[in-house]
Ligand binder design. Structure first.
Ligand SMILES: NC(=O)c1ccc[n+]([C@@H]2O[C@H](COP(=O)([O-])OP(=O)(O)OC[C@H]3O[C@@H](n4cnc5c(N)ncnc54)[C@H](O)[C@@H]3O)[C@@H](O)[C@H]2O)c1
Length: 272
């Protein structure tokens, strides 16, 4: 099946073969799409995206997603390459200097917080703004951004990324209300299970988070490959009336109170 046959789009945030965006890029190509890949200059030098682009014959455009100027170059470059407006965009970008430098939430560095919010949330608004003002997306186009359930519930260790994800999800709703009537473009966020990626490893206690989520998800944690399968459906024509939603892709974690697997993991008390 070629779910994305004839469709064209931009995929941000693929750093290496662990990245969720890397898996989405592979899956989109397998489903017949033509894609442009983008990441920061530094990531392009550090990661292995150049090899991917060469192997699959994809255009690469460097862009810092916090820079309106870079995003303009990216979107203009994509329009030129594709010969006009295109169909889909994946926002798969996140980074917190507070997390990286081990600053706890109760003692955030506010300059770092500004960077967290700019990179992980405002970049989504800047990207949408650039796409909208350049009328770069086709009618019934689709934009997806990745998020995490810590936007709605507190998760120890997720730190200021929780605030960034709450803002990201709000931007999807606010821009969706504008882009929908104007161009029938849909905007959604996918709330993914914890996943072992470079960004994921930065979160304190990630291993425990993965194990806990595994026990608390009736279907088990969703992998990056599972996430890619889901996201291509959101780029396809089968989800044209889905917009402004935060869509959980987490093996059922978000609807669970307590699972048998979690109970079984409790240590036995002496007088049990
Ligand atoms: N890994 C998880 O557990 C998990 C769970 C839910 C949601 N997510 C989200 O998925 C998305 C992708 O993360 P991932 O887990 O694949 O990790 P990743 O580290 O592979 O991807 C993060 C990407 O963000 C890019 N990036 C950072 N700053 C940038 C900037 N200024 N401009 C452009 N790109 C920039 C990095 O270069 C990298 O490619 C993020 O939004 C993350 O928060 C991850």
């Amino acid at each position: 099946m070629e779910l994305l046959k004839g469709k064209k789009g931009i995929i941000t945030g693929a750093l290496n073969d662990k990245s969720i965006a890397w898996k989405v890029a592979e899956r989109a190509i397998a489903e017949g799409a033509e894609i442009i890949l983008t990441n920061t200059e530094l990531s392009l030098r550090m990661g292995t995206l150049n090899d991917f682009a060469e192997k699959h014959g994809c255009k690469l455009i460097a862009a810092d997603a916090t820079s309106i100027e870079d995003l303009g170059v990216l979107v203009d470059g994509a329009m030129e390459h594709f010969g006009g407006p295109f169909d889909f965009v994946l926002h798969s970008i996140g980074m917190s200097p507070n997390v990286r430098k081990g600053r706890p939430y109760e003692a955030l560095d506010y300059n770092f917080l500004g960077k967290t919010l700019d990179i992980s949330a405002l970049s989504f608004h800047k990207l949408l703004h650039t796409l909208y003002t350049k009328d770069a997306l086709k009618e019934w186009g689709s934009v997806v951004a990745l998020t995490y359930i810590a936007a709605e519930r507190s998760f120890v260790g997720y730190n200021d990324m929780a605030d960034a994800k709450a803002l990201l999800q709000s931007i999807a709703r606010s821009f969706g209300a504008i882009y929908g009537p104007a161009r029938h473009v849909r905007i959604n966020t996918v709330s993914q299970s914890p996943t072992a990626t470079t960004a994921g490893q930065g979160i304190a206690g990630m291993e425990d988070m993965l194990k806990y989520a595994e026990r608390m998800s009736p279907l088990g944690n969703a992998t990056a490959d599972d996430c890619a399968d889901y996201i291509v459906t959101l780029f396809s024509d089968y989800t044209r009336k889905v917009t402004m939603q935060n869509l959980y892709h987490d093996g059922g974690f978000s609807s669970v109170g307590l699972t048998a697997a979690e109970v079984a993991s409790f240590p036995k008390q002496e007088n049990d």
